[in-house]
Design a protein around this ligand. Structure first.
Ligand code: GDP
Ligand code: MG
Length: 363
């Protein structure tokens, strides 16, 4: 299971540019189809481990970015362009909405003028509209099914009808599904619908190079309007990040410094996406490979093992665990064992961010 991040936005907002930057890809920005690419998750602790252990291979975690070529609006309409787009957008774990803030006379804005707030609100509406269309269809079906339904099935249908009606009235009041405090059972009941407003949302304001000096106050101002639960907003210069991605690291750092950017915009995008998704990293160091893995905060050791291999989950015995900090202090697993810092944990141990784990299993 990989983490999938879907890139949406109005036309000419810079979606494909951002996609290229994130995946060091070379997708044609003039081509309105969807693009799929892989990016390595930046993780400084992985490099620290590599410096100590000198492994044969260093393997970062990966995420998949999908530049959804079609507009969300067209997907919500009856004559959807293709099932491929629908499948792609409904299966992503989180959404990035690219909003245009850069000016470029030769590339007209589809709405005729530049207005960041208007465009953010418009996309929020499109997402809600998409979910409402799904709800209407389902409610109609429930009504039909209720006509001939026997008691036990009837109860289930009525419960779902009530839940969907409640979600519909929230959406109509501009409250996305991700902000509803649904119970575990309710969340499970609607999981299959893959509502777009249920997914975490990163609003990515795509600024021009000349706006970089004002990016902090711009972000602060927009955040006071749009930051909500499971929704974050940051600004990035997509075009510059794409160019930086084509350079050697040292040249990129130099250029970034010239622009007064302290942190790579791409690193920030993935960091915030991870926070939105509640993801943490753990590490394995077996057979000459140091690897980083991403899991949801709160995952049990046995499930983390399953992330690596189903055999490890099935035959799980115990996990040898040490925190990244303790390991760095000790400098080797032998020393850590001597100091008693290598812990033996069972199936239900909740994996902590930065844990280095050796899974013991038999099959
Ligand atoms: N000046 C400037 N142009 C940009 C920026 N980001 C994208 N563009 C240009 O805007 C056009 C549309 O970008 P594209 O990524 O294809 O947008 P999409 O339609 O959302 O996929 C392209 O010609 C890009 O080079 C930016 O930050 N500054
Ligand atoms: Mg595009």
């Amino acid at each position: 299971m990989s983490i999938d991040i879907g890139i949406i936005g109005l036309a000419k907002s810079g979606r494909t540019t951002i996609f290229n930057a994130l995946t060091t890809g070379k997708a044609d920005t003039g081509n309105p189809t969807s693009h799929v690419g892989i990016a390595k998750v930046p993780e400084p602790r992985l490099n620290t481990l590599a410096d100590i252990l000198h492994p044969k291979r260093v393997v970062p975690a990966e995420v998949r970015y999908i530049d959804i070529g079609a507009s969300v609006k067209s997907l919500a309409e009856e004559k959807a362009p293709s099932d491929q787009f629908l499948g792609q957008i409904s299966n992503v774990d989180t959404l990035i909405n690219v909003v245009r803030a850069f000016t470029n006379e030769s590339i007209p804005h589809p709405e005729g003028s530049l207005d960041v707030k208007r465009d953010i609100a418009a996309m929020n509406l499109e997402l809600a509209f998409y979910d409402l269309a799904i709800i209407e269809k389902r409610l109609k079906r429930i009504e039909d099914s209720l006509k001939g339904a026997k008691p036990p099935e009837r109860q289930t249908l009525l419960r779902e009808q009530e839940l969907l009606a409640r979600i519909r009235s929230s959406l109509e009041k501009d409250i996305p599904v991700r902000e509803l405090n649904l119970t575990k059972d309710e969340a499970k009941a609607i999981a299959g619908y893959q509502f777009l407003t249920a997914k975490p949302l990163l609003i990515l304001v795509n600024i021009g190079e000349e706006q970089l000096p004002q990016s902090a106050p711009l972000e602060a101002e927009l955040n006071s309007n749009f930051s909500r639960p499971k929704c974050r907003l940051i600004s990035v210069c997509g075009k510059l990040e794409m160019e930086l991605g084509q350079l050697e690291n040292s040249a990129a750092d130099e250029l970034r410094a010239d622009f007064g950017i302290s942190e790579s915009g791409l690193d920030r995008i993935i960091k915030v996406s991870y926070e939105l998704l509640g993801l943490i990293s753990f590490f394995t160091t077996v057979s000459g490979e140091v690897k980083a893995w991403s899991i949801k905060h709160g995952t049990e050791a046995v499930k983390a093992a399953g992330k690596i291999h189903s055999d490890m989950e099935r035959g799980f015995i115990r996990a040898e665990v040490i925190s990244h900090n303790d390991f760095v202090k000790c400098g080797s697993l032998g020393e850590a064992r001597k100091k008693g810092l290598l812990r033996l944990e069972g199936k239900n141990y909740i994996v902590q961010d930065g844990d280095i784990i050796n899974f013991l299993f038999n099959v």
